[in-house]
Design a protein around this ligand. Structure first.
Ligand SMILES: C[S@@+](CC[C@H](N)C(=O)[O-])C[C@H]1O[C@@H](n2cnc3c(N)ncnc32)[C@H](O)[C@@H]1O
Length: 231
């Protein structure tokens, strides 16, 4: 993991240090509420990309007897341990998640675990091959983890424009990214277009209920986040 990796490394930890207790607090409260309601019947949890555990809480982690972590950033691993003293984390090597068959690899390597993708699915991934095709990769997720308990919160899109809505939205099923953006950035149109970075995650589990909310990562940087669970 390079020091200045865009989705991890020092830049991310510096932002967490600067904004964690201020700009990030309302979003982290949303993550904690959602995780409180996610109750996979498993005693072993695999955390994928938790960084320093900024969005995780001790009560949530204490529901599991075993915690295995896949996190390539060494500083993040140290911060995670420091944030939850007394909790034992087993750090796994790279299981090849960013390969085309990455989800099947997870299922084979940890047959007893539930999986939590911690804002990872839409990020730049270490180990991703050149020309990584994220939509194709994600299309394999539901089948490769079928019958397993998994959950994810992930970026759908990022923009520099502040949203007009701040409360989360619960949806009974998926919808077009444009429709989701219109819920949080009202008043856009040909005269007021919204420039976004599309993470490529829209369309996952189209028939599943989901929650959407906006996370302000930094001043002038807003991410539309989706929560999903299966199993
Ligand atoms: C946006 S950060 C995660 C944010 C964190 N979950 C939080 O809530 O603050 C993305 C994380 O994914 C990790 N990551 C990158 N590539 C990965 C991979 N192939 N497998 C697992 N984690 C990876 C990065 O090191 C980084 O910590």
């Amino acid at each position: 993991m390079p020091l200045f990796h865009p989705s991890g490394g020092l830049v991310y930890h510096a932002r967490a240090w600067r904004w964690g207790n201020r700009l990030w607090a309302p979003f982290h409260d949303q993550v904690r509420r959602w995780l409180t309601d996610w109750r996979p019947p498993a005693s072993h949890l695999l955390l994928l990309g938790p960084s320093g555990g900024y969005a995780l809480s001790r009560p949530f982690l204490e529901r599991f007897d075993r915690l295995t972590v896949v996190e390539p950033d060494p500083l993040a691993r140290r911060l995670l341990v420091r944030r939850f003293p007394g909790r034992a984390f087993a750090f796994a090597g790279d299981p090849g998640l960013a390969r085309a068959d990455g989800f099947a690899r997870l299922a084979r390597a940890w047959p007893d675990a539930a999986f939590l993708f911690c804002n990872l699915l839409g990020q730049d991934l270490t180990g991703a091959p050149d020309g990584f095709d994220r939509p194709a990769w994600l299309r394999r997720l539901p089948a490769d983890l079928a019958g397993r308990h998994w959950a994810s919160w992930h970026d759908l899109a990022a923009t520099d424009q502040a949203p007009t809505r701040h409360d989360p939205v619960d949806l009974p099923r998926g919808e077009d990214l444009e429709a989701s953006l219109a819920r949080f950035w009202q008043g856009r149109g040909p005269d007021h277009p919204l420039a976004i970075h599309d993470s490529g995650c829209a369309g996952l589990l189209p028939d599943a209920p989901r929650r959407l909310a906006v996370w302000q990562l930094a001043p002038g940087r807003h991410h539309l986040i989706e929560w999903l669970a299966a199993g």
